[in-house]
Design a binder for this molecule. Structure first.
Ligand code: DGL
Length: 265
């Protein structure tokens, strides 16, 4: 067993969204050690410029480097779309963006029309459309930005009228395109599945986190980087502000045992 196999895997997002990815990976790899960072002070990332996003990502990657991680999971579509290409060669650990590997798999589905709900910054980058059509030029893709959804989730307001109306507006726009599948292209959006499925059946929605977790597991195994399966791994959560709110909102997907610590604030 080397020191690297024992080293933690870092996860980050602007807030609780990345917990939807973390939860899936933890299920597959319970023996790993994990560090999760939610940049709650700077959310929503989808409303930020590429330069701002690059600055946040560098701060977080430096933090993870000091923690001695063996890999960092970009559990955030926005930074995967806007920042990954600019940062991918700058650190001595594995870096996993979410969009690029999952679109390879999704593009292989027997469908012609795919919708994508994502943040403004992700939609403006057209990363989903580019990556899907790179793998399957016949796929038609409609990307719709849903500003406001991230704050609804961070505030734990999924069951309010405001959430219902905002989802209704966007899904009605999307359904005019008659998509066979709709990708939830922001890791916060699975928190809204209960509302979304009032307008379309659950099997229409693709939560990329599920496939992403398998991709990460396979890649770490292939590189011989997994922690030997002996003892349960540990986990540390950090946020840049509001640890109580983070813990409460995340609980829809994952019960965090202790209050997250503050970092980079
Ligand atoms: N959850 C992130 C994503 O997947 C960021 C959302 C945001 O902060 O706008 O894009």
């Amino acid at each position: 067993m080397t020191r690297l196999n024992n080293a933690p895997i870092g996860f980050f997002d602007s807030g609780v969204g990345g917990v939807t990815v973390f939860e899936q990976v933890k299920k597959l790899l319970p023996y790993e050690n994990y560090i999760y960072f939610g940049d709650t002070k700077n959310m929503p990332y989808g409303e930020k410029t590429p330069e701002q996003l690059l600055g946040f990502a560098r701060g977080i990657f430096d933090f993870f480097q000091k923690k001695g991680v063996k890999a960092v999971v970009m559990a955030c579509n926005t930074t995967s779309a806007v920042v990954y290409d600019r940062i991918k060669n700058d650190y001595p650990f594995e870096i996993y963006p979410i969009i690029q590997p999952v679109t390879r798999k999704i593009a292989g589905l027997p469908v012609k029309k795919i919708g994508v709900f994502a943040t403004k910054a992700t939609v403006n980058s057209h990363c989903y459309k580019t990556e899907l059509q790179k793998n399957n030029p016949d796929i038609q893709v409609k990307e719709i930005a849903c500003p406001g959804w991230v704050k609804i989730v961070e505030n734990g307001e999924e069951n309010t009228d405001a959430a219902y109306l905002s989802v209704k507006e966007k899904i009605e726009e999307m359904l005019e395109f008659s998509p066979e599948k709709i990708i939830l292209g922001c890791t916060h959006y699975p928190y809204l599945l209960k509302v979304l499925t009032r307008f379309a059946p659950e099997e229409v929605f693709i939560n990329p986190s599920i496939e992403f977790a398998h991709i990460i597991q396979k890649d770490l195994a292939g590189k011989n980087l997994l922690n030997p399966q002996s003892t349960e791994g540990n986990e540390e959560f950090y946020v840049s502000t509001n640890p109580e709110k983070f813990k409460k909102s995340a609980s829809l997907f994952y019960e965090i045992k202790t209050l997250p610590r503050l970092a980079l604030n």
